[in-house]
Design a protein around this ligand. Structure first.
Ligand code: PLP
Length: 396
């Protein structure tokens, strides 16, 4: 009898008790709006910002309503205007080009490598086309950040980092989100901390921090922030920065604070699971492992592998066979956008040039979530199933 996996790929761990208690306290006092504080009280949201700034070694932090909102706010704060070009990854998730479109700017897509990072040669060739790069560390893969920052600094290109999958990751010891001008994180259920929806933005630049704070809808109450610049900075921009409401509330902040304190432990647990799956897949004929550079410390909350040069029919067959055995794989490069399809030509509101090398890689990207509710045995079983089914189709 063939073994089947019966777990769920979308089942999260419960919210920790400490976070539930904190949420109940907020519900009991009823002051959910971040600026609704009793005399002398510091809001959960302001405390979350202060703690996350410290955790990331950033001067400033702003909590907002979603990761996508953080990205759009970052674009506005750095001054992207309607019609401007913004460089971004050809392989990323829809909210990234969506954030660019939301400020009526134009994404200019940069190709992907077999390491699933931005193609730095392609970026170099396109650097003169825009003043801003929205760099997506898609699925947690960090490119050579030293080379990228050197190139962008030399060209005067401002880097905004999309760290939706790299909260807790680092490049040569420097935390992800701290190399660019602004780092943006998502606290959505499928990322590294879970408040349902939510986003965080960090920067060391006082002007960007002040603008982002005003943009998020601070109603001139910016003095209630604990990780924002002083009032003198706000004085310079407060009359000219629109309010594009997208604040975080105290309920979400209360849920997030204990989770962030536990992030390092969760990262270790993700990486144990990732290592188990990766080692189970290594050496499967026809399957290419995505090798991780030594400079990168990553968070294995999902795993990717490549079926390069496979036909769409073969890939569909692998997915069908794995699904029959309870293993949910996502074909990120499928031609028709479904669910989480992540390729540049599925966003037809944005013009793009064909990128044949990128297309070749995108067509072969298979993705799998690694929820912490999987045991290490589950991970071994899943890898075995993929190995067997990829092998069976490869031999045909
Ligand atoms: C989830 C995600 C986002 C946006 O986060 P939301 O909180 O869902 O708006 C941005 N980029 C990538 C790569 C993501 O996966």
């Amino acid at each position: 009898m063939t073994e089947r996996f019966s777990g769920s790929f979308t089942q999260q761990e419960p919210i920790p008790d400490e976070a539930i208690e904190a949420a109940l306290a907020v519900l009991r006092h009823g002051r959910l709006h971040r600026y609704n504080v009793a005399p002398g009280e510091l809001s959960e949201t302001a405390l979350l910002e202060q703690e996350f700034a410290a955790q990331m070694g950033a001067k400033y932090c702003l909590a907002v309503s979603s990761g996508g909102y953080a990205l759009a706010t970052a674009l506005r704060a750095v001054g992207v205007q309607p019609g401007d070009a913004v460089l971004t990854n050809a392989f990323t998730l829809a909210p990234v080009p969506g954030a660019i479109a939301s400020v009526n700017a134009r994404p200019v897509f940069v190709g992907v490598t077999e390491g699933l990072t931005i193609d730095l040669d392609d970026l170099e060739a396109k650097l003169d086309r825009a003043k801003v790069l929205m760099l997506s560390h898609m699925r947690g893969h960090l490119c050579d950040m030293d080379r990228l920052m050197q190139m962008c600094d030399a060209a005067g290109v401002t880097v905004i980092e999309d760290c939706a999958h790299t909260m807790g990751a680092a490049w040569r010891g420097q935390l992800s989100g701290r190399q660019g001008a602004i780092g943006c994180y998502s606290c959505q259920t499928y990322k590294h901390v879970n408040s349902g929806e939510g986003g965080l933005l960090v920067t060391d630049d006082e002007m960007l921090a002040a603008k982002a704070t005003m943009l998020s809808g601070s109603y001139m109450l910016y003095e209630r922030h604990l990780a924002a610049p002083g009032p003198e900075v706000f004085e310079r921009i407060k009359y000219t920065t629109p309010n594009v409401s997208g604040r975080m509330d105290n309920l979400r902040a209360a849920i997030l604070r204990p989770q962030l304190r536990d992030l390092d432990r969760q990262v270790r647990r993700w990486n144990e699971r990732y290592a188990e799956i990766e080692s189970g897949l290594r050496g499967t004929p026809g399957l290419t492992i995505v090798e991780r550079p030594a400079e990168e410390s990553y968070v294995g909350s999902s795993i990717q592998f490549l079926l390069l040069e496979w036909t769409p029919e073969q890939i569909a067959e692998v997915l069908r066979r794995c699904a029959d055995r309870g293993v949910e794989l996502k074909w990120f490069g499928g031609a028709e956008p479904t669910g989480f399809t992540s390729r540049y030509d599925s966003w037809r509101y944005a013009e793009s040039e064909r990128m044949p090398e990128t297309d070749r890689i995108l067509r072969g990207i298979i993705d799998m979530r690694v929820p912490l509710t999987f045991s290490l045995d589950d991970c071994g079983l899943i890898a075995g199933i993929i190995r067997a089914e990829v092998g069976a189709v490869f031999q045909q």
